[in-house]
Design a protein. Structure first.
Length: 246
């Protein structure tokens, strides 16, 4: 199976987050707290939602000590359940479609902050559903490719585990699953010892918007940085691609 590489769409974001690990760990810690409260406690063996967040944490190189501390903190923090998950949608600079996923304890505040960021950046925040139809919710596992790995073998392992699609690139293998199958596929691939660069359910754009103008690229990057800097923002998905993403 082959197709357009979606890894390029997230690589730029990945590189930015690697430079801000403390902030990323804090955001993942919030996801762990929600998973503990909503998924059935702090034991990953009995909490599939927590297992998924832990896999995401490890893909972001979050140390086990940090993960364990976040779980223990969540188990003793009754306020964690007050967070709610909200998606904001709209168009950013260059008319790229954007979905912003937040975890917040103040719906009114975050709505005003998101509108301000969209407006300040020359974008336009839309209503729920205004751009989400352009994205597919998919489990995404990006495996670091090494010279010793056999492409056909990895593909068969992924498909046997229940993956929907497999894309081979020069530096990575991309595995896509239905959202409900993500956990099972990820857990089936973990024993092979692969390095997961991404292991989470993402919003994957059906089509991309190529940006060639450097001024517009700069505006988009400033827009994405403003979103990433907001403490409530967990993930930002968009369909823009530009040369620096290649």
């Amino acid at each position: 199976m082959s197709g357009h590489s979606k890894w390029a769409n997230i690589k730029n974001k990945k590189e930015k987050t690697d430079a801000q690990k403390g902030k990323i760990f804090t955001k993942i810690g919030r996801e762990i707290a929600i998973a503990v409260k909503e998924g059935g406690g702090g034991d990953p063996a009995n909490n599939s939602k927590l297992r998924d967040v832990i896999a995401k944490a490890k893909a972001n190189n979050m140390p086990n000590d940090n993960i364990n501390r976040s779980i223990k903190k969540a188990m003793g923090d009754a306020n964690a359940a007050n967070y709610e998950e909200i998606n904001y949608e709209g168009y950013g600079p260059g008319n790229i479609a954007v979905i912003v996923s937040v975890l917040t304890d103040n719906r009114n505040r975050i709505a005003a902050e998101m509108r301000h960021i969209f407006d300040k950046s020359g974008g336009n925040m839309g209503n729920s559903g205004s751009v989400s139809w352009m994205f597919d919710k998919k489990g995404q596992i990006v495996i670091e490719r090494t010279a010793l790995m056999d492409e056909d073998e990895v593909m068969m392992q992924a498909l046997d585990a229940g993956a929907e699609d497999f894309v081979a690139n020069d530096d990575v293998f991309e595995v896509y699953t239905a959202p409900n199958d993500f956990s099972a596929v990820r857990e089936a691939l973990e024993p092979f010892g692969y390095t997961f660069l991404t292991a989470e359910v993402n919003m994957i754009p059906q089509n991309t918007t190529e940006i060639k103008d450097q001024e517009t690229i700069d505006k988009i990057e400033r827009f994405l940085e403003r979103l990433d800097d907001n403490d409530d923002v967990q993930e930002v998905y968009h369909n823009g691609v530009w040369e620096e993403d290649e």
